[in-house]
Design a binder for this molecule. Structure first.
Ligand code: CP
Ligand code: NVA
Length: 310
């Protein structure tokens, strides 16, 4: 068993392959407990702060519900309501929150803010999405793939679209877990080269394959999983029109999906724009597992909080 108590969770590379597998196994165990009505309250008497500088449906609800189910209490702290939004420093916010809380989740823009919060806080900090990474989503996603496919090693995940936070965390997490992650993005929207290099470095030790290709068909060829995300992430809304043009050949539809394995699953972190990055037929069709994914945010984050703060 692994002792992760007191650790932060800023990106998938904070943890070893074995530690990530342990968190996935724990998530599956907590899912079973919850479905059987078994009470498990390692956060009894504990409080978690949820700092949001961007909108959220899944992350907010799953963290609030998850904390409650673990016997703890969650505080929703919107940037509009706390002094951080009026210019109080990250360092002071971290110092103060560390005296009240047992853990902090933050969703923000620049990843440096997450890193700074973790640096100045004496309690665990969880990245609930930054412009660079979305590791909570990816922990739940690899749990979901594991449940559907029975393994992770050698599974091919084709990510089609913007080389954004989702692409980054899928690559880093996939590299850790021995997955074949093929990312296909249009010119100018590739994933961060440093992240790709880091993932490829990790992959050397695990047998994972991390590749970036131009042609979405090449990425989707023989894939077990097709993954899609919005073309304009939060903070990039004003680029929507120009991105619609740049990404027009990158829609996941029945035609593109025909290159994947017959039993492929379609995944999307949500929220989605039907008719843009994915056709209605694919996201609402029989291959789609988007709600299993969304559900697993709850279980994966409960595992994370139990391990870090329990
Ligand atoms: N997938 C995800 O993080 O969704 P929210 O933005 O609704 O939290
Ligand atoms: N890439 C998206 C993910 C939303 C969960 C964004 O950052 O807006």
């Amino acid at each position: 068993t692994f002792n992760l108590h007191g650790r932060d969770f800023l990106e998938m590379d904070d943890y070893s392959t074995e530690e990530i597998q342990y968190l996935i196994d724990l998530a599956i165990e907590l899912k079973r407990k919850q479905k059987n009505g078994e009470v498990y309250e390692p956060l009894k008497g504990k409080t978690v702060g949820l700092v949001f500088e961007k909108s959220s449906t899944r992350t907010r609800v799953s963290f609030e519900v998850g904390t409650y189910q673990l016997g703890g209490h969650a505080l929703f702290l919107s940037k509009n309501d706390i002094q951080l939004g009026r210019g109080e420093t990250i360092a002071d916010t971290a110092g103060v929150m560390s005296r009240y809380l047992d853990g902090i989740m933050i969703r923000t823009f620049g990843h440096d803010k997450v890193v700074d919060l973790a640096k100045y806080a004496s309690i665990p900090v969880i990245n609930g999405l930054s412009d660079l990474a979305h590791p909570c989503q990816v922990l739940a996603d690899y749990q979901t793939i594991y449940e559907h496919k029975g393994k992770l090693q050698g599974i091919k995940v084709a990510y089609v679209g913007d080389g954004n936070n989702m692409a980054h965390s899928l690559m880093i997490g996939g590299a850790k877990l021995g997955v074949h992650v093929s990312v296909s993005s249009p010119e100018g929207y590739e994933p961060d080269a440093a992240v790709v290099q880091q993932a490829q470095e990790i992959a050397k030790a695990t047998g994972a394959i991390i590749e970036v290709v131009r042609d979405p068909k090449a990425a989707v060829q023989d894939a077990d999983v097709i993954y899609s995300d919005v073309w304009a992430s939060m903070g990039f809304e004003e680029e929507q029109k120009q991105r619609e043009l740049a990404f027009e050949d990158y829609q996941v539809n029945e035609q593109l999906a025909s290159y994947a394995k017959d039993d492929y699953v379609f995944m999307h972190c949500l929220p989605a724009h039907r008719g843009e990055e994915v056709s209605e037929g694919v996201i609402d069709g029989k291959h789609s597992i988007i709600f299993d994914q969304a559900e697993n945010r709850l279980h994966a984050q409960k595992a994370l909080m139990a391990a870090l703060m329990g």
